[in-house]
Ligand binder design. Structure first.
Ligand code: NAP
Length: 387
């Protein structure tokens, strides 16, 4: 058997060849970018990327490396797309925004489809919920389509409670390629799906729907967005003492994330312990008086709507309580600094709002819809623009 030194030398030689080939590939990518600019072709071609992965897995001698090769090409193509995007002049970078030609909605009248039907047919994504006037999701997704040069449009579909099923099915019949789901349908939508992902199943709520191989599949990307936000802000979870405020839908994804990432102690704070216990089986639940008696914790997360615009003058807990923690996270992103986060800053502890989570969950949904990975720099860029 070769010794470690020899093995390392062998790897160094292979790396040299890899770098030379990588450089060649990036030069070819720049030529592709020029061609795309000239011919107004969008950067992302999910079908082509899928074929590249399949083709390269086919030529593998050792099929045990199939998953690794898939990951490798996803990264290489993500880097390539990023390079293409950086080399597009701004106006070409935009790609062709929206819209839907020949889109004949068979949808009930109450679903708003505000697409301008004058341009070429593009891929339709969207958000379903009851009241969506406040949503900034179209802005996030449009920024992504602009960066990637995708010919896609993201619409808001307001649906009345009693018409959820008929309108959801009509959207599918009209060829929608992916949907996000928000209040109050994250649980109700599950009964119309063929499958749900492991994390959505554990959380009991779906915020993203994909259509794959004739199946309607639900996921929960709030979970991923929350995780990305903690990672971005260097907030460790493992073995930490966590307090989550508010036993609602968002808390479900947040608590599941903490469980899956080995938090030591998770306390859920609710105004109604009995009701919370029914929805959060196996979670320790306390009320706000009991929280006052807590001596110390690591992370406190506000999953209540307290402090959200327009009622910005309230906080779910006071500054003495927040001062017992090392980090305070508020899922609210409007305003950027809630009273809860203002208290945290005054106490000199880390204060993080929910905007990165919002962008993170949106990008995670796009990755699922387009079967691709999106560079973290793009998440950061969109986040910075929204800030
Ligand atoms: P929700 O289900 O309507 O409410 C969450 C919980 O907050 C309620 O179940 C309730 O828990 C508590 N609560 C409600 N009103 C309260 C009040 N006046 N005082 C104290 N507690 C109160 O909402 P959600 O869907 O979980 O969302 C919660 C917050 O997270 C919202 O502000 C939402 O915008 C935000 N959010 C952000 C993101 C993101 O990407 N950044 C994603 C999802 C949600 P108890 O009855 O148990 O006390």
């Amino acid at each position: 058997m070769k010794d470690l030194e020899e093995l390392r030398e062998e790897i160094d030689t292979i790396d040299k060849q890899l770098v030379a080939l990588f450089e060649k590939r990036m030069e070819a990518v720049l030529d592709v970018a020029k061609y795309k600019i000239k011919n107004s072709i969008p950067i992302l071609n999910a079908e082509r990327e899928k074929q590249v992965i399949e083709k390269n897995i086919r030529i593998l001698k050792n099929k045990e490396f199939s998953n690794a090769v898939e990951d490798f090409f996803k990264s290489v193509m993500s880097i390539s797309r990023n390079l293409e995007a950086h080399n597009m002049p701004d106006d070409k970078n935009i790609g062709k925004q929206s819209n839907i030609e020949n889109f004949e909605p068979k949808i009930e009248d109450n679903v708003k489809i505000e697409a301008d039907k004058t341009q070429t047919k593009s891929t339709l994504f969207g958000l379903i919920g009851e009241k969506l006037g406040h949503s900034i999701s179209p802005a996030i997704h449009s920024k992504l389509y602009k960066i990637l040069g995708m010919n896609a449009v993201y619409e808001l579909f307001e649906i009345e409670k009693k018409k959820l099923e008929v309108n959801f099915k009509a959207l599918i019949a009209n060829g929608v390629k992916g949907l996000n789901v928000t209040i109050p349908y994250k649980v109700d939508i599950i009964k119309y799906l063929d499958e749900i992902s492991v994390e959505a199943d554990k959380i009991g709520a779906v915020n993203t729907i994909c259509f794959k191989n004739g199946k309607v599949i639900g996921h929960n990307t709030d979970y991923h967005g929350f995780g990305k936000m903690l990672e971005k802000n260097n907030i460790p979870v493992k073995n930490k003492k966590i307090v989550v405020l508010g036993a609602g839908g968002a808390a479900k994804a947040v608590i599941q994330y903490f469980i899956d990432n080995n938090a030591k102690d998770i306390l859920l704070v609710s105004r109604d312990k009995k009701k919370a216990a029914e929805n959060f089986k196996g979670t320790k639940i306390i009320d706000y008086d009991e929280l006052k008696a807590l001596e110390q914790g690591d992370v406190i997360v506000n999953c209540t709507p307290c402090g959200m615009y327009p009622k910005t003058e309230i906080s779910p807990v006071d500054e003495n309580c927040i001062g017992k923690f090392s980090s305070a996270v508020d899922l609210i992103y409007n305003p950027k600094e809630t009273l809860f986060l203002k208290y945290a800053k005054e106490k000199g502890i880390k204060a993080v709002n929910g905007l990165y989570m919002l962008v993170g969950q949106a990008i995670a949904a796009e990755e699922l819809w387009n079967d691709s990975t999106i560079d973290e720099n793009i998440v950061d860029k969109i986040y910075q623009e929204l800030l």
